[in-house]
Design a protein. Structure first.
Length: 217
């Protein structure tokens, strides 16, 4: 009976491990629905979780140290500086032969940004059996990469744009952030019961960029 029980436990752990390594849902090319693009500023070799190979993900999980109880965490990228592109506020084209003037305005909106001082992340990416990061896992990761603080503020945008013939103008939200990723395992009596790959993006600031393109036919 004891042998059967041990075999069952081993089979369960192996099966769970196999199923939880590679299930990364991609809501965008960045793996984060909040960002359409993320670029590392000073390290061309750094990779987003969604860009990593299966072997690279396996290696991260192997780097997690065994412990008796609780979450054990391995940080692969630590607060690397990135520039992100969030979303396009508007995009207008002028297919006429005359210049047109476009007025854009918004009502005051409360926004949040995360700083590098003291909880919360703008975006978190997790792969594994769980779909949400637990409090315990978040505390373990935050002990490694630091805690962030949410700031609320009011902002109003009101301006005019002149669009020349055969031109397209777009206003895009961009900004700077820090990105960390790694792997974590949960142990009970020295046995790994859960393992995940994680990625945090903490926003530092936000700004707007105006792009003009030539319309080609």
């Amino acid at each position: 009976m004891k042998k059967i029980f041990k075999i069952f436990i081993s089979t369960f752990i192996i099966t769970m491990t196999f199923c939880s390594i590679f299930s990364v849902e991609a809501s965008s090319k960045t793996g984060h629905k909040e960002f359409s693009d993320i670029t590392f500023l000073y390290d061309e070799s750094a990779k987003l979780l969604i860009k990593m190979s299966k072997n690279e993900k396996r290696q991260m999980l192997k780097n997690v140290k065994r412990k008796a109880f609780g979450w054990s965490n391995y940080t692969n990228l630590y607060n690397r500086q990135v520039i992100y592109e969030a979303n396009t506020i508007f995009s207008r084209s002028n297919n006429t032969r005359q210049s047109i003037e476009f007025k854009y305005s918004t009502t005051e909106t409360e926004k949040k940004q995360t700083t590098k001082t003291v909880t919360g992340t703008l975006a978190t990416k997790l792969s594994g059996k769980t779909t949400k990061i637990s409090w315990g896992m978040d505390q373990s990761i935050r002990a490694e990469i630091g805690i962030k603080n949410d700031i609320s503020y009011q902002e109003e945008i009101d301006f005019k744009i002149k669009i020349d013939p055969k031109r397209k103008v777009s206003l895009v939200v961009k900004g700077y952030a820090t990105l960390s990723n790694g792997a974590a395992k949960y142990y009970l009596c020295g046995i790994c019961l859960n393992q995940n790959l994680w990625e945090y993006v903490d926003v530092i600031n936000e700004f707007y960029e105006l792009y003009e393109e030539i319309i080609e036919y």
